[in-house]
Write a protein that binds this ligand. Sequence first.
Ligand SMILES: NC(=O)c1ccc[n+]([C@@H]2O[C@H](COP(=O)([O-])OP(=O)(O)OC[C@H]3O[C@@H](n4cnc5c(N)ncnc54)[C@H](O)[C@@H]3O)[C@@H](O)[C@H]2O)c1
Length: 386
Amino acid sequence: MAKRTIRFGVIGCGLMGREFASAAARWCHLMDVNFAPSITAVCDANPEATSWFKQAVPSVKRVYSDYKELLDDPDVDAVYCAVPHHLHAQIYTDIIMAGKHLLGEKPFGIDQEANAKIGKAIAASPDVIVRCSSEFPFFPGALQISQWVKEERFGKIIEVEAGFWHSSDLDPLKPINWKRIVASNGEYGCMGDLGMHVLHLPMRFGWKPLNVRSLLTKVVGERPDGKGGLAPCETWDNAILACEAQSGDQDFPMILSTKRIAPGHANTWFIRIQGTAFSAEFTTKNPKQISWLPYEQGGNQAWHVMDAPYKSAYGTITGGIFEFGFSDSILQMWAAFCDEVANGTEGMLQPFHCATPEEAAGSHQIFTAALESNRSGNTIPLNWGE
Ligand SMILES: NC(=O)c1ccc[n+]([C@@H]2O[C@H](COP(=O)([O-])OP(=O)(O)OC[C@H]3O[C@@H](n4cnc5c(N)ncnc54)[C@H](O)[C@@H]3O)[C@@H](O)[C@H]2O)c1
């Protein structure tokens, strides 16, 4: 199949910038796609971060330390931007106004005001495709759950629980980094860092909370500052959001949690839906497994647990018997973004598109209300303006 090459610039060559480069290098993994990325330019304020790209990514022609120079590069059609949160508003806005397609990292602005600035640039640039990075819904088990929601299999929804949990911060000697500092990570703390991942599917399903009551906690107060001293950890470690969600004529409780300190968990993303006719669960803790419980009046209540075949949105060379993992979900998300750029939203080869700016804006509304709830101890109503 002839492939359209999309020429990418990467702004922010840290942890996630390298993850994209690795996905782009493994494009032959995907079958029957008519698009492929080529990383032609990279930019990082820290030259050490770009040196890895120079030796590992042969397609890189130009290396910049000022992102505005990358935006002037005519060999760049689209940008992946993975920088600390306080830089999102300015850099994303400049990318969009330069007419480059953007896959931007979450949370899409350090706060709601920053997010609104990005929204304005998007509204002024209708020909630019802008999406927010969120890879977990591309796990086969998560896609299966999306399918079941689409088929309305659950009956009356009893309760939904979704979360994203980490635990490396349980170590009090883990040095401080920008994700523990309000000026660079934002007042949202763990919600800004992890929350879009949790909200992606509820937002996609149209499960908008009517209100939120939050409990935000700080567990570790100080960390080594890397210079022999200690620095305060300013951001929230853990957040539990109790929401009253609404879908059509149904109301149900939805518990959303983002935790930096959940002992024993490393990158555990999960969703559990309980319904009167059907319940289902998927967690990346057991990435092969999907569980479901169909129920008919008077019948048995028996969980079915299956090893989900390796089958995501886009076909791959990997046999169905093998396991799907984090880097596969990143590759699939990238395929969805490139598909939308190459074929347009309506012409995509499969229908599951990346998280939208509207979905990211919804997450900001919820996090902002959660901060207010934690401050006041009240349940905060949300107005979706519909
Ligand atoms: N999708 C995911 O699973 C996932 C996982 C981790 C982080 N993230 C998100 O990715 C983004 C970056 O996080 P990370 O973990 O890669 O951080 P990181 O610290 O590893 O990398 C950020 C890079 O941005 C560079 N940078 C800082 N200022 C810059 C500027 N003005 N111009 C160009 N480069 C600049 C830094 O030098 C650094 O190399 C954040 O938005 C974060 O929330 C997403």
